[in-house]
Ligand binder design. Structure first.
Ligand SMILES: NC(=O)c1ccc[n+]([C@@H]2O[C@H](COP(=O)([O-])OP(=O)(O)OC[C@H]3O[C@@H](n4cnc5c(N)ncnc54)[C@H](OP(=O)(O)O)[C@@H]3O)[C@@H](O)[C@H]2O)c1
Length: 331
């Protein structure tokens, strides 16, 4: 049921907002437009956006029609506003919402997989996909700790059954997911090895990794052969080789590839549990991320912050980023 938001602080005066609308199949077809503010469904709150973070899936959804249709449904003529990670202030709530109120500072990964619509000044978000931003954490840091952070948490802890005695190999350890994964694994007390390119090795160590491997200089499976758990974010050959790095009976969680054909055969022969992971928005896990941010055990490494009007430039930069997260600030 659609209900009109109970607008506060003069929000009712303005019925439109600024948002980046996708009008083609690439970053160059993002256009700053003024669509209507979102209407709230049952259980939703209206967030005035303060910061957004970007993920590789944003670009894939722009460029690959099948992925976009999977996430946003077949084209129906309505505006396509991409984006899933948002941090901001609650300005209105559906009457059924009791947990959050106007003025609350919130963050989360909204409606993934689905229509997140985060590239906008206002975002409608299910209250149970959000967490309060801990004191002392900026909107930018909170926005950064959305999809990538819950991916790292769910892949390691829920799927990977991470425990304190584990030796964990994390691929792409400098990236959005990887740098959170290193910190989360360390917060559980695990021994952590991260792979990265030469320029990012010190960064990965600064996130707490016990060992780092320059994947361009060394084969990771020559260095590690007894991991309890591997987090793969590359798929294909990297996934196949990851089975050599894990011990018999260990676990490999992949963000990119399935356990089929040769990979499946190799995993089974070694008694390795292979899990293909796909992230879903989840307020309980977002709250765990909030708790880790509050405790200081997790920090968002932000590569660069772009102003809202430069969101397309931030998208362009995403593929070339050195480490951590790309964030857009909304004033
Ligand atoms: N299945 C899911 O639910 C899910 C969720 C989130 C993300 N993902 C996917 O997971 C991947 C990582 O996401 P992300 O947000 O972390 O992306 P990201 O921020 O772009 O990071 C990717 C990292 O991979 C590193 N890298 C590139 N080639 C490598 C190699 N051969 N070995 C080791 N590291 C390598 C890069 O670091 P260097 O510069 O050091 O090379 C880069 O920092 C993406 O493909 C994304 O689509 C899947």
């Amino acid at each position: 049921m659609q209900t009109a938001p109970a607008q506060t602080h003069g929000e009712a005066v303005k019925t439109t907002m600024q948002a980046f609308v996708l009008e083609g199949n690439d970053i160059g077809s993002l256009r700053l437009r003024t669509p209507d503010k979102p209407k709230l469904a049952a259980g939703e709150v209206l967030i005035r956006t303060k910061a957004i973070s970007l993920n590789p899936i944003d670009i894939i959804a722009m460029q690959v029609e099948a992925v976009r249709n999977h996430l946003y449904g077949a084209p129906d003529g309505s505006d396509i506003i991409l984006g899933w990670d948002v941090a901001g202030e609650v300005v209105a709530t559906d009457p059924s919402v009791t947990k959050l109120k106007p003025g609350d500072r919130v963050f989360g990964c909204i409606k993934f997989p689905g229509k997140g619509k985060a590239y906008a000044e206002y975002v409608a978000a299910p209250n149970d996909q959000l967490a309060l931003i801990p004191d002392g954490v900026t909107f930018e840091s909170a926005a950064a700790a959305g999809l990538a952070a819950i991916t790292a948490y769910e892949a390691l802890v829920d799927s990977g059954k991470l425990s304190k005695d584990d030796k964990v190999l994390i691929h792409g350890a400098a990236g959005g997911v990887g740098h959170f994964a290193v910190q989360i694994a360390k917060s559980f007390g695990a021994y952590v090895i991260g792979t990265a390119s030469a320029g990012n090795l010190d960064f990965v160590k600064s996130m707490g990794a016990d060992e780092v491997i320059d994947y361009q200089k060394q084969k990771f499976e020559d260095v590690v052969r007894d991991a309890d758990l591997v987090l793969d974010s590359l798929g294909e050959e990297n996934l196949l080789r990851s089975i050599d790095a894990v011990k018999e009976g260990g676990r490999v969680v992949s963000l990119k590839g399935g356990f089929e054909g040769e990979v499946d055969k190799k995993a089974k022969a070694k008694g390795v549990t292979g899990i293909r992971f796909g992230v879903h928005s989840n307020g309980a896990d977002q709250q765990k991320i909030a708790d880790l941010l509050a405790s200081g055990k997790l920090v968002s490494a932000i590569y660069k912050i772009w102003p809202f009007e430069d969101l397309p430039k931030a998208c362009e930069a995403l593929a070339k980023v050195g480490y951590g997260k790309v964030v857009v600030k909304v004033d």
